[in-house]
Structures are given as C-alpha cells and as structure tokens.
Design a protein around this ligand. Sequence first.
Ligand code: DX5
Ligand code: ZN
Length: 219
Amino acid sequence: MPLKIAPSIIAGDQSDLGREVRAITDAGADLVHIDVMDGHFVPNLTVGPGVVKALRPHSPLPFDCHLMLSEPGRYVKAFADAGANRLSVHAEAQGAADALRAIRELRMVPGIAINPETPVDRLLRFFPLVDFVVVMTVHPGFYGQALIAEALDKVPVLKHHLRAFGRDVAILVDGGVSVGNAADVAAAGADEVVAGAAVFKAPDYRQAIEALRKAGAGS
Ligand code: DX5
Ligand code: ZN
C-alpha cells in the first residue's frame, strides 16, 4: 500500500487556510491534518472547531484532527459538529479512553497519539478503542523540527503488539518527515505520514507530495 500523505496546515499560510486546504487537495493529498493545540498540553496555540468548520467546504478529503489538549473529551462533540472525520487524542492526556469512546459514538474515527518519551506499553489499553495510532517523532508543539530516530524505533514494536492483539490498525507517523527520511519511516512500518514543512515549505505541493510517496515506496 502506498504511503498516505497528510499535510499539516499548521505549516501553511495562516492568513489563507482555505486556499491552502484547496491547494493540498488539488495536489493529491490523502488527508488534511489539523493540529489543535491548547497552550497547556503543548507550549503553543493553534486552531479550534470554528476554523475546522470554516475549512470544511474547501475540501472533500478526510479532516484528521490531532488534539494536543489536556482534556480532549471536552471538545469531541464540537469537532464532530464542525465536520472532523478522524480525531486523535494523546495517551498522556486526561480522560483519553472516554474521549475515544465518544469519538466513535459520534461516528468519527478514533486514534491514539503517543509522545516520543512515552513507552509503547502505555498504548496497550487503548488498542480496543482505536482505528489508528499516531506515533509522534518530534515533541509536539511546532512544525519544522527534526525527526527523532529513537521515536521511530517504536513503530515496529507497536506494529508487533497491534498484530498480537488482532488490531492491525494504521500507524500515522507525525513529525519531521521529509523526502530524506520517508523511506526509513515507511520501512519502520508507517502507513501514513504527516508532512508540515515538507509540503508547505516546498515550492510545488504536488511535487512534494509525490516525492514523499515515491520515497516511501522505496524508489
Ligand atoms: C507537531 C505536530 C505535527 C507537525 C508536523 O506538534 O503535531 O503535525 O507540526 O510538521 P512537520 O512535518 O514540519 O514536523
Ligand atoms: Zn500533528
């Protein structure tokens, strides 16, 4: 299966997000990754459900909202109403399991995200509740950071555990993915990758997305 590419609009032109979402849609992206930060769980602030709702008419692609929130459960319904399709919450956040149940009840796709320093074991209890796992390969908060290789090492371990549990769900690698490392990321077992700077700081979004996919295919 080719690597799915999820450009993160955090790295796009914040004054013109509608145009950016249309541009990545036209350029062949598979998902739109929307980083939601509360200034508490991570040391930065970004967008909320209001912006997701405003962007919704700009693309038919699934909106993959990554909630970097201390209490994600408080906002699940608002994201459902805004038109989000996939919601990931952090294993380190308060009430993650309840939030995941609510995400499924509201007919969105639930995902669990894990920070670089958090051991894979912490994810096991969430396996029955999720349809994808987000492995953070940078410390969340900012785009344009370098991928942490030790965090990527967790991907094959996680894949092994998921299979053992009979939950062969998609793994999304998030943080520092570039054309230079996409082959390693895919080889580690990623099914999908987030690409912030790698797409939005490239001169041609289509070329950037295709180059990531190609690198991920090992050619
Ligand atoms: C980090 C975010 C990522 C990141 C992606 O806090 O969750 O989605 O901004 O940007 P790049 O690909 O530039 O690391
Ligand atoms: Zn993200």
